[in-house]
Design a protein around this ligand. Structure first.
Ligand code: XIL
Length: 391
């Protein structure tokens, strides 16, 4: 509670500065703010992110009209009872981490294998959780046969058939679909910032519109999401990506393409002062002003640049969650916070961003033994002090 007031106080101070000073000074002020927070957390070994009661995250979120959930793979739930129990307890939404990607669903050009994703859908329904689709169109995790089979002539047929079949299979059972994932990549040098994916090469920029229309037809009830990464920091790279994402969303909306929400992956980093509350806030407001909802879809924190000491590291990671969520949950258009995993036992960062000292990464709310960490407290506190969200 006290900390929240401090955070709000600091944010208001910065927002106040906004009317007095230029954005350059603000960026510096905000960087300093972040750095000082980090240093304070380093110095303040007693900071323990107090939380009232033991209520799980899904309930704390629900009280505020929000959703909390996580991504998981089928084998994790099926092979680890403690994990499955914690997952059902904490998460109000389940996201299949890999099971709905082309490579997993499409053993051959004319077949679909829903075995694992159906298992997850069943788990979600048994435990009264919402079920989320990730993802219908992505340049990565395509099946081996894709390269030799899909071409300019048949690409639209493959794309529409896939979406119609998969979104159709789960129609009425899905809260939201990441219809298109990671379509922006300014480094590819196009003026529209679009990534040079196989779909773009075959179909041009319209592949995105085609995908959203097919999804809307196959499942009129699901919330249709455009999902992407690297939109959170005050860097030229993220700035270019924010601009390109907004441009894309504006274009889609102006054409009547049925996109209804932006998914912000939010793979955050510890140890670098690149966070700028004002810029993030302005971006969220811009997205909301297009009439779109916002979901935080893949939240975690890479800890490879943080100290080895576990207590200190956990505090710093929790600090990053708290700082980020305090800005995000102030935006009424935000409807959900999802972490990419729940327990440090299972995280893609173990392979993707391992620590140089070899110690296990600790990016998520529960430790490898399913014990709640300070990240859990930080998320709980963020929900507890969040304003009411409408849905
Ligand atoms: C990752 C999964 O976590 C891994 O298991 C898989 O091998 C590769 O993909 N952005 C996304 C997710 O949209 O699909 C990615 O998930 C992480 C980055």
């Amino acid at each position: 509670m006290a900390k929240k007031r401090v955070l709000r106080g600091r944010r208001n101070f910065l927002l106040g500065l906004g009317t007095l000073a230029g954005t350059g000074a603000l960026a510096i002020a905000s960087r300093y703010w972040h750095q000082s927070n980090q240093m304070q957390a380093l110095a303040d070994n007693s900071r323990d992110f107090p939380v009232v009661g033991n209520t799980p995250l899904r309930n704390r979120a629900a009280v505020k009209g929000l959703i909390y959930g996580g991504a998981t793979q089928q084998y994790m739930l099926a092979s680890n009872t403690a994990f499955a129990t914690s997952f059902a307890q904490e998460c109000g939404m389940l996201v299949p981490e890999d099971e709905l990607k082309w490579r997993n669903l499409r053993p051959s050009p004319d077949s679909f294998d829903f075995t694992q994703s159906d298992w997850l859908a069943e788990f979600a329904s048994t435990h009264n959780m919402l079920f989320r689709g990730h993802t219908l169109v992505w340049h990565a995790k395509l099946p081996k046969w894709f390269k030799t089979t899909v071409n300019r002539q048949n690409a639209e047929k493959f794309l529409v058939k896939h979406i119609t079949t998969v979104a159709g299979h789960y129609a009425g059972k899905i809260h939201s679909w990441d219809v298109v994932n990671e379509a922006i990549y300014p480094n590819d040098g196009r003026s529209d910032g679009l990534r040079n994916t196989p779909w773009l090469k075959f179909l041009g920029p319209d592949y995105i519109d085609i995908a959203f229309r097919a999804a809307a037809e196959a499942d009129p009830q699901a919330l249709l999401v455009y999902n992407d990464y690297s939109m959170e920091y005050d860097t030229p790279k993220d700035e270019a990506r924010r601009t390109a994402v907004l441009k894309l969303l504006e274009r889609l909306k102006s054409k009547g393409t049925p996109v209804q929400a932006l998914g912000i992956q939010a793979h955050l980093w510890g140890g670098e002062a690149r966070f700028n509350a004002l810029k993030l806030k302005a971006f969220l407001e811009n997205v909301a002003s297009l009439g779109l909802k916002i979901m935080i879809t893949e939240l975690d924190v890479t800890d490879k640049k943080l100290p080895k000491d576990v207590k200190e590291r956990d505090r710093l990671v929790a600090e990053i969650y708290e700082e980020y969520l305090s800005v995000v949950l102030d935006e009424p258009a935000v409807i959900a916070v999802l972490t990419w995993g729940l327990s440090d036992r299972y995280t893609w960062l173990t392979e993707k961003q391992p620590r140089k000292d070899g110690s296990p990464v600790r990016p998520l709310p529960l430790d490898a033994q399913m014990k709640r960490k300070l990240v859990w407290n930080a998320i709980a506190r963020a929900f507890d002090s969040a304003v009411q969200h409408g849905n």
